[in-house]
Design a protein around this ligand. Sequence first.
Ligand SMILES: *Cc1c(COP(=O)(O)O)cnc(C)c1O
Length: 373
Amino acid sequence: MNAPAVTPRTPFLDLQALHTELAEELDEAALRVLHSERVLLGPELESFEQDWAGAVGAGAAVGVGNGLDALALGLRALGVGPGDEVVVPSHTFVATWLGVLHVGAVPVPVDVSPVTGGWEPDAVESAVGERTRVLLPVHLYGHPVDLDPLLDIARRHGLAVLDDAAQAHGARYRDRPVGGLTDLTAWSFYPGKNLGAIGDGGALTTSDPQLAERLRSLRNYGSTQKYVHDEIGWNSRLDELQAALLSVKLRRLAEHNARRRDVAARYDMALDGTELVRPLAPAWGTSVWHLYVVRTPHRDALREHLTASGIETGIHYPVPPHRQPAFAGTSLADAHLPAADLLAREVLSLPMGPHLTEHQQERVVDAVRTFRP
Ligand SMILES: *Cc1c(COP(=O)(O)O)cnc(C)c1O
């Protein structure tokens, strides 16, 4: 009897391989916390915050519960509240908009370029009005945003810049790391990010010591002295276990990002000559390739073809923020954002990660090349 042919599975992101590579150090870190007396706001967090601030060239890092909290706490620390407007991109993960809504402010979407998927400074500037307080660019897919024109707009209009770097750990803009270039940078350590916890986690980085202190209070019930509450804060803390695990992974971040760059370069070469539109890496910095996102009008058929070949893919994102059911009936749903709609129909994320082998990648490329729409 013949054994049935088994289609090998090509994972979208191989977290198992990452954790196997680091198993000894992760085990040691987890046990160290388990047998310690502090599990919240202790030495592991302090040490990770120092290392993370150093890695991104910021004066301070403040660990929080997740990336969405980082956005909301960051906006709150900048003084944003009801009646204020925050300029956001049309094409992003919905959390970027939710952070604004959770402080009672209004996200004002600016459509991205249908070609690059990035922001055009002129379009951003024309969205600035009397109530605008903050520009909130997103380093989507690991590609650094062109920050200088935005910082210039912000300076001329008296605005703050908070950048969403949830997909950009280690990215560089004009040879400086993302994370210390704006008023505040928000990070997520969701497990699938380039630097991920084994659970939820997030942080903010800043070089403004007053903002850092305000954030330390806001994440801890608005309190710096036990049982004294200066303002209405949150409970959103990065716990000792996640901080210890993140410290282990941080030591390998640069190496893992370099491996992602190699994967991206191999895709770029191998997919040349196919009908797919390959991702545009920005000229002004170094991407960390959180995702490798191609575009095609035959996206759904290609995805089915890859799935049938055992290849896992993703769509980032199939429903743009302004089309979310949560916003139905609000002014957000009326926004005219054709580029966001187009991207939602055409983008496809291919397997990407430091542990994607050349052999697995060849399978992806072969499957793409045998696709006929
Ligand atoms: C993941 C992500 C977030 C939210 O982070 P969580 O930790 O999942 O809350 C925010 N913005 C972007 C762009 C993200 O990719």
